[in-house]
Design a binder for this molecule. Structure first.
Ligand SMILES: *Cc1c(COP(=O)(O)O)cnc(C)c1O
Length: 220
């Protein structure tokens, strides 16, 4: 199942790269394993995946002890981070994709042991997304992160309002690319199962894919 899903996703990525005149190597596939058991990570790793995304600190904390050593695996926090969970987050994750305030950045910087990669989460959709910095807040946020020696700023992350169709996401992806360009950043984390082809066409460097790999998540 997973192997078939992965090859279908891989074909979709390659087709989108071909349409956009991009190389496959420019796009990193992050396997989003939220809600699925630790075994999903192990299975995906066995198929060659190395980048993983989890939404909740506590959920990944409970899976972590069940994981064997997975050399080269890299885990991204892609869900909102509450500041009281930041200490555990820096221990568990290699990349925090949801930095949206200077205060959170400074806290992560104080608590990080080594270098921590970060993306800034940008809210582009008015009231629909609860988290993320507004585009106007980016200059101050970038300055705050730049003053944090342990944080390595990679780029921007966003999540458009969910739609079944991919096209409605395009303007959001385009806007994120423009914002990143305006601030001299190149990494763009955007695109999920329903819209990652459009994200790749608009310059995504990191796509976050759950359902298309692991199937539908059953809410508990
Ligand atoms: C759940 C989630 C994803 C993956 O979504 P799918 O539609 O299952 O591919 C990607 N990014 C974020 C931030 C998520 O919360």
């Amino acid at each position: 199942m997973l192997a078939e899903n992965l090859s279908r996703v891989e074909e979709r990525i390659q087709a989108a790269c071909a349409r956009a005149g991009r190389r496959r190597g420019e796009v990193t596939l992050i396997a989003v394993t939220k809600v699925f058991p630790a075994q999903a990570i192990v299975d995906a790793y066995a198929l060659g995946l190395r980048e993983f995304g989890e939404n909740y600190v506590q959920e990944f904390e409970s899976k972590f002890p069940q994981l064997p050593e997975l050399p080269g695996a890299h885990v991204h926090l892609i869900g909102h981070l509450q500041s009281n969970k930041s200490r555990r987050a820096v221990e568990l994750f290699h990349t925090i994709q949801t930095v949206d305030s200077g205060k959170l950045a400074r806290r992560l910087n104080e608590q990080a042991e080594g270098t921590l990669e970060v993306f800034l989460e940008v809210k582009l959709s008015g009231e629909e997304a609860k988290h993320g910095a507004a585009p106007e807040e980016l200059p101050a946020l970038i300055e705050a992160v730049s003053a944090c020696p342990r944080l390595r700023l990679r780029g921007l992350m966003t999540m458009p309002p969910w739609t079944e169709d991919a096209e409605p996401s395009r303007p959001y992806f385009r806007r994120l690319r423009q914002l990143a360009g305006a601030h001299g950043m190149s990494a763009l984390s955007m695109g999920m199962s329903n819209d990652f082809e459009v994200a790749i066409e608009e310059g995504a460097t990191h796509i976050r894919v759950g359902t298309a790999l692991f199937g539908r998540r059953v809410k508990k």
